[in-house]
Design a protein around this ligand. Structure first.
Ligand SMILES: Cc1cc2nc3c(=O)[nH]c(=O)nc-3n(C[C@H](O)[C@H](O)[C@H](O)COP(=O)(O)O)c2cc1C
Length: 371
């Protein structure tokens, strides 16, 4: 049963023992100042024990505070966090799981008073400052430095966060990039920043695998859409990116009524992954309520994606892979599509997240744990 799901795949020469990965999920478990906390280590040990082949650890900042979502965003911008990151990668790897860390600059969505962005396009009441060309060069170098820290901390791969409408995506988007220099205007110009980041990272880390969280569609009428994003996918493939982890939406579309209802459906982003997969030969990850083994298996069988990303699905029930493998699917605790995005709302309020589907004992234990 589920022969595709539990088959190996090589990504940039590294063998993944099955097609299940954990997609990045920021839950506010790092300590103040973005330190690797014991709560974070416990969480990732549990996720690694689940049996997925690789964990992509939540977004970590390349530039604090200017590029951080919050004060609990993990820090990859400083050597001060090197020991913590080493502990994190080895905790995951001790459980027989590959470890990848996502690096990010939040741009106009950063939790600071005056965020930076490609252009001064208003976001939730704040007008960000447009980056100068000198500042762009400095940000590019920061991505490269952070990627090297990830490699040196013992991770197996690094992932560039090009999703959720963060800085890499802001440059690609015709909505948020209104520049009239070589970084704005035409599609070629709008993809320049991301490609410069990829080149700088690759030059710094050598043959270390670099994956990309890929925004296929902003789900906004004037935003980045598939016709352009698939061209960008081909550009990334030419730059020898290890895999594309495809997603849709940004903070400006996630809470629109039509997107809220679309996002309640199982496999709600599979069509985007399939569209990207048709354009490239590198592995494609799809996420978004891949709630059942049969859905995951059919996605792989129909070649809509090569790997499955589980975020809330795995967090709600870390036994999902084992229950799926051993025919105990009826026992799976499913992420509740009607809970009103409780976990997302908690972290947006800068609070550590819990899952409304956890049973009483687990919730009690967790509440005692966070104090
Ligand atoms: C609370 C929360 C935090 C998230 N954090 C990240 C993140 O740090 N990086 C990222 O690329 N995606 C992030 N995502 C998106 C997930 O990786 C995933 O694409 C999405 O939740 C759909 O998969 P799921 O239904 O299995 O959760 C986050 C989603 C949620 C709900």
């Amino acid at each position: 049963m589920y022969t595709h799901l539990f088959s190996e795949l090589k990504v940039s020469g590294i063998t993944l023992k099955n097609r299940l990965t954990m997609a990045p999920l920021y839950l506010g478990y790092a300590g103040e100042g973005g330190k690797v906390s014991s709560l974070l280590l416990e969480h990732y040990r549990l996720m690694a024990k689940s049996g997925v082949s690789m964990i992509v650890v939540e977004n970590s900042t390349i530039d604090h505070p200017t590029g951080s979502g919050s004060d609990r965003t993990l820090r990859a911008d400083t050597n001060d966090n090197a020991d913590g990151l080493k502990k994190l990668s080895s905790t995951i790897k001790q459980e027989g799981c590959l470890a990848c860390l996502q690096i990010n600059h939040a741009g106009r969505f950063a939790g600071v008073h005056e965020p930076v962005a490609p252009s001064a396009v208003e976001t939730f009441g704040k007008i960000p400052k447009a980056l100068s060309k000198t500042e762009i060069r400095s940000v590019v170098n920061r991505y490269a430095d952070a990627a090297l820290r990830v490699k040196n901390a013992g991770f197996d791969m690094v992932e560039l966060h090009g999703g959720t409408g963060y800085l890499l995506a802001q440059f690609l988007s015709p909505r948020t990039n209104k520049r009239n220099d070589e970084y704005g205007g035409s599609f070629e110009n709008r993809q320049r920043f991301a490609l410069e980041v990829v080149t700088a990272v690759k030059n710094k880390v050598g043959d270390f695998p670099v994956g990309y969280r890929f925004l296929a569609d902003e789900w906004l009428p004037d935003g980045l859409q598939l016709n352009e994003s698939v061209r960008f996918a081909r550009s990334l493939e030419s730059e020898c990116i290890a895999y594309l982890s495809v997603m849709g939406g940004t903070y400006e579309s996630f809470f629109l009524p039509n997107i809220v209802s679309k996002s309640k459906e199982n496999g709600y982003m599979v069509d985007l992954a399939a569209a990207v997969k048709r354009e490239v030969h590198i592995p494609v990850i799809t996420a978004g309520r891949i709630a059942t083994g049969s859905l995951a298996e059919s996605i792989l069988e129909e070649k809509k994606a090569d790997l499955i990303g589980l975020a809330r699905v795995l967090w709600a029930d870390p036994e999902w892979p084992e229950k799926t493998k051993t025919g105990k699917e009826n026992d799976i605790v499913h992420c509740d599509p009607d809970c009103g995005d409780t976990c997302m709302k908690l972290v947006m309020k800068k609070k550590p997240a819990f899952c409304v589907r956890w049973n009483h004992d687990k919730l009690k234990k967790w509440k005692n744990r966070i104090g």
